[in-house]
Ligand binder design. Structure first.
Ligand code: HEC
Length: 155
């Protein structure tokens, strides 16, 4: 009897989420916090595009500049704001991608090898893919934690 009950409970637990087609881990944040994530994502996408364009013209100085703008100094804006709001694993993945861009920037000047840079970008972008495959964001109207010290974008 006991042996039958356990899988039955497991079934009930998962079916409670039936209807949720998106199975990725849910991160619940406010609209304004999500805006910070979206803004950072936009910068990552356009920055990566700028790096590729510069790389196609063998302009390693521009690669360095664009990659630096996606480096650790970018995290001061967003990550500080979201610290304690988003899970540690999420933040670490984010930080590690910024570290990658600092390395890409440095190597663009030190090594000046387009193939090397392309390889680094491709490896780093597997982190974009991994994070997007793992998490989704849902928003709530009010702050769950007193994390929003800042008042930009509050409605
Ligand atoms: C640590 C996790 C994480 C990493 C790493 C990450 N993203 Fe995202 N990204 C997200 C999440 C979560 C969303 C969904 C936000 C939403 O729609 O609520 C998102 C959304 C986006 C969007 C859509 C933004 C919009 O306007 O709706 C783009 C574009 C994007 N990411 C690009 C990138 C690129 C390019 C990289 C890598 C260079 C990257 N992301 C790395 C978590 C991540």
């Amino acid at each position: 009897m006991y042996k039958i009950l356990v899988p039955l409970f497991a079934l009930i637990a998962t079916s409670a989420l039936a209807g949720d087609l998106d199975k990725r881990q849910v991160l619940t944040i406010t609209e304004s916090q999500r805006l910070h994530v979206i803004e950072e994502m936009g910068a990552l996408l356009s920055g990566t595009q700028n790096i590729l364009a510069a790389l196609s013209m063998s302009d390693m100085a521009a690669v360095n500049q664009y990659a630096s703008s996606l480096g650790m100094n970018m995290t001061i804006k967003t990550e500080d704001y979201l610290k304690g709001v988003l899970p540690k694993e999420f933040m670490q993945l984010g930080i590690s991608i910024h570290q990658d861009f600092d390395k890409i920037a440095a190597d663009a000047l030190a090594i000046k090898d387009r193939k090397h840079t392309l390889q680094q970008i491709s490896e780093s972008m597997s982190k974009c893919v991994a994070c997007h495959a793992t998490y989704q964001i849902r928003t709530v109207k009010t702050s769950l934690k007193p994390a929003s010290k800042s008042n930009h974008h509050e409605h």
